[in-house]
Design a protein around this ligand. Structure first.
Ligand code: WQD
Length: 335
């Protein structure tokens, strides 16, 4: 049985990926310091799959602990989700973001190298493209100067990994997520935003649930069909499944280069107003909203060209925006 380390395995995308890995017969070790997740998620995962993953409460900034883990656990692959991810917060706490997202990454790669462990998957983001000149966005679109320390950590992270693959046997895939949303069909795991949600879907869902008065739609004067910004919303279970395909590609040595990059999106762009309308249609719930000024740092439109991931990785999305929105609502109803 192949053994996989999932860092951040109790988080939103991590927990869904652990479930898919276990469904595919992988043995899973989770490292998570609970900085943005809850230990109960471990039991939730177990109740979905029937198998309890091994769990290590390790802070990846603790170099000695990272060293100790890799010396004792000969994993066939590492999927590295653990990171801070709040764009706005990263502007206020840049050094914390660089330490947590960059220093930890370096420690993991150093210890994988020391133990001859070679398969690595990195959570990257479409944020590296900024406002792309051409839509849909292909993987060879230029990386733009980041709008935030968070965005920087993803760009720098990719560079660090790329450089490491040049001097070691390391093989790595960076997956650039567009906008991951939705929940597992069991409604046992999902997104757990702490405090006021910054992302659209959690805010929509909490407004529909009566927990928030009104959704602010940031910007209605964009150069888009209805004036609101356009994004590529992708179901988290589709994202999770892409990780299994990418991992197998590395384990089976089917990768074409030591460092590869793939977009994970649906290829479909939807505006904020379209998302609200779809949500209201599939749930029958009303979302109070008002149009307000643009949010600083937001781009007009971003959606993926999925050809490379579809053809080369052999993966494509199976779930729709409606599926994702309904699953988010069902998850909210359990909270
Ligand atoms: C989507 C659209 C908002 C909230 C960010 C990061 C990206 C990734 C995902 C990950 C935008 C609008 C939002 C609200 C609104 N990060 N909106 N009212 O900004 O595309 O991507 O999160 O870990 O790296 O940049 O996602 O969900 O915040 O916003 O109108 O209350 O919804 O302006 O157009 P974004 P989002």
């Amino acid at each position: 049985m192949k053994k996989v380390l999932v860092t951040g395995g109790l988080g939103f995308i991590g927990s869904h990926t652990v479930v898919e890995l276990q469904n595919e017969g992988f043995e899973v070790c989770i490292i998570d310091n609970l900085s943005n997740s809850k230990i109960e998620v471990l039991d939730r995962i177990t109740s979905i799959t029937g198998v309890k993953p091994s769990y290590f409460n390790i802070d990846l900034r603790d170099k000695t602990a990272v060293k100790d883990f890799f010396a004792k656990n000969k994993v066939d692959g590492t999927i590295h989700f653990a990171a801070y991810k709040a764009v706005g917060e990263s502007v206020q706490k840049p050094l914390e973001y660089y330490e947590n997202n960059v220093a930890s990454l370096v420690y993991i790669l150093q210890e994988m190298k020391a133990n001859n462990l070679n398969n690595f998957i990195f959570s990257s983001s479409c944020t590296v493209y900024g406002q792309a000149d051409k839509l849909p966005i292909t993987e060879d679109a230029p990386v733009k100067p980041a709008e935030s320390p968070y965005g920087n950590t993803k760009q720098i992270g990719e560079e660090i990994i790329k450089d490491a693959t040049k001097i070691t046997e390391l093989k790595a895939i960076a997956l650039r997520y567009f906008n991951p949303i939705g929940s597992h069909e069991s409604s046992k795991i999902g997104e757990l935003p702490i405090g006021v949600p910054q992302n659209l879907i959690p805010y929509v869902v909490q407004t529909a649930a009566g927990l928030r008065e009104e959704l602010s739609v940031f910007g209605s004067d964009y150069d888009t069909p209805d004036g609101t910004a356009v994004r590529d919303y992708i179901h988290v279970v589709d994202i999770a499944k892409a990780h299994i395909v990418a991992l197998k590609r590395l384990i089976e040595d089917n990768n074409k280069a030591q460092f590869e990059v793939f977009n994970l999106g649906t290829g479909q762009g939807n505006s904020v107003l379209e998302v609200i309308k779809s949500f209201e249609k599939v749930t029958g719930k009303k979302v109070n909203y008002k149009l307000v000024a643009r949010r600083e740092g937001d781009v007009t439109a971003a959606y993926a060209d999925t050809n490379y991931a579809n053809n080369e990785l052999g993966w494509k999305t199976e779930l729709s925006l409606d599926d994702a929105l309904l699953s988010s609502w069902k998850w909210q109803e359990t909270l």
